[in-house]
Design a protein around this ligand. Sequence first.
Ligand SMILES: Cc1cc2nc3c(=O)[nH]c(=O)nc-3n(C[C@H](O)[C@H](O)[C@H](O)COP(=O)(O)OP(=O)(O)OC[C@H]3O[C@@H](n4cnc5c(N)ncnc54)[C@H](O)[C@@H]3O)c2cc1C
Length: 490
Amino acid sequence: MAVTETVRPQPASSVGAWDREADVVVAGFGTAGSAAAAEAAAKGAEVLVLERTSGWESAAGALAGGLIYMGGGTAIQKACGFDDTPEHMFTFLMAAMGPGVDEDRCRVYCEESVDHFDWLVRCGVPFKPSFWEAPAWEPPLDDGLMYSGGENAWPFNELVPPAPRAHVPQMNDKKTGTRGGGWMLMKALTSTALAAGAEVRYDTSVERLVVDGDGSVVGVIARSYGERVALRARKGVVLATGSFTYSDRLLANHTPWLIGRPGSAVEAHDGRSILMAQAVGGDVRHMDAYECALGVDPQLLVRGILVNRQGQRFINEDTYPGRIAHAVLRTQENDAFLVIDEESYEASPEPLRLRMLKLRPKWAAAAPAELEADMGLPGGTLQATISVFNRHAEAGQDPVFHKASKWVRPLTGALGAIDLRGMSNGFTLGGLATTVDSEVRHVDGDPIPGLYAAGRASNGIPAWGYASGTSLGDSTFFGRRAGRAAARSS
Ligand SMILES: Cc1cc2nc3c(=O)[nH]c(=O)nc-3n(C[C@H](O)[C@H](O)[C@H](O)COP(=O)(O)OP(=O)(O)OC[C@H]3O[C@@H](n4cnc5c(N)ncnc54)[C@H](O)[C@@H]3O)c2cc1C
């Protein structure tokens, strides 16, 4: 039968013979899909997973650094000497992931976070009880815990006592983007799903939903080696196919800032699940939101001052570097420069092992006026910024952006400026609107019977803001809930 490009649902009455049946059909054997399959199978459901590529190792989760956002008092947090509570975690996430965080889902995410950590450990994810203290995108060695959302920097450090919550699977000689902490997570989750009895069909791409006369989702149409297959789901379909970072059409419609700037995603993230669910009335949330990163070592960022093309600072340089990247892209049109003096540049350690760059200055000068002219900034702007910064830095203070005093010292002597223009990139955070049990909501607010979503196909915990680890965190957390809910539905 011909392969169809449409995302419109197919009526069950027109399917004819089903090629295969299962209780729960999961689209995507990545981060959320493997967690959903593991839990649904553990609840006794017959689970069929359909994965478009030839193996789980091409999922974004398998390429990821592996930071998983969990807290509220996990064993690793306790072993590293940090006090945390679900309430503090909730307060932080409501502020840092917003505006527009779904309060109910955020609350359950925080209240059950310790349980989620324990489940990952039971699945075989190894975590080393050691804390990586220095600014970083991820721990360069095999440490298991770090700050990843600006919890210990202004403004969030004034909200609740800071606690690090990025938990990182232990791995030596990590190569993020190929095999790192995310691979360790995925290896454990996929093994758990398979051991629980889930069946996986690779090279099978889900293309359409199948709906009953009452609007319930009862299966999917997929394509496998060019053939169309109809697969019935007796209890539910879980959409776990990732973000829409690689759909230029969806980016143009919702997230134009990311056009031409995909990062930390894979090409299979084409947003098709979102469209398939929209075609049966599914609602979406925060389609304009995105995660952001920029390829500079945070050890450099904290030691310099970030300025825009007006020569002005716009953020505290010691906050979560993803928050910086977001500000660069969204508020500075992806233009930024890091101004640093020679002493601070030399004090910034060479990155350990990870392929993080210690970028070299593009411009160097003996004094601010000369640097400003070389950079082509309006006369006096950078000079004024450095003058104000240095005036307060003499006392170890930054009253303008509240950088922590341990990173504040006057910029003196030879200066350099690192060119960060055009560097921010990222992945989309918006997606299907779901309940606490990962049921996809119809635009009228009620769940669509038989349809679940998790991971970046849905809008998870991050609404507008982001902290590293919340994607793997909410993908696995709400993937599990999707699997459990689908397995128990009648
Ligand atoms: C280099 C890198 C570093 C990262 N670091 C981190 C980090 O440290 N912490 C963090 O939280 N996040 C990180 N991320 C982001 C994170 O990995 C993803 O956002 C997260 O894994 C998304 O989970 P998911 O289940 O939605 O997607 P995935 O894990 O990508 O799974 C989706 C699966 O669905 C399959 N699929 C797609 N379309 C179809 C279809 N039509 N039919 C069937 N199957 C389909 C895909 O092939 C894929 O296997 C990183 C990502 C990358 C690439």
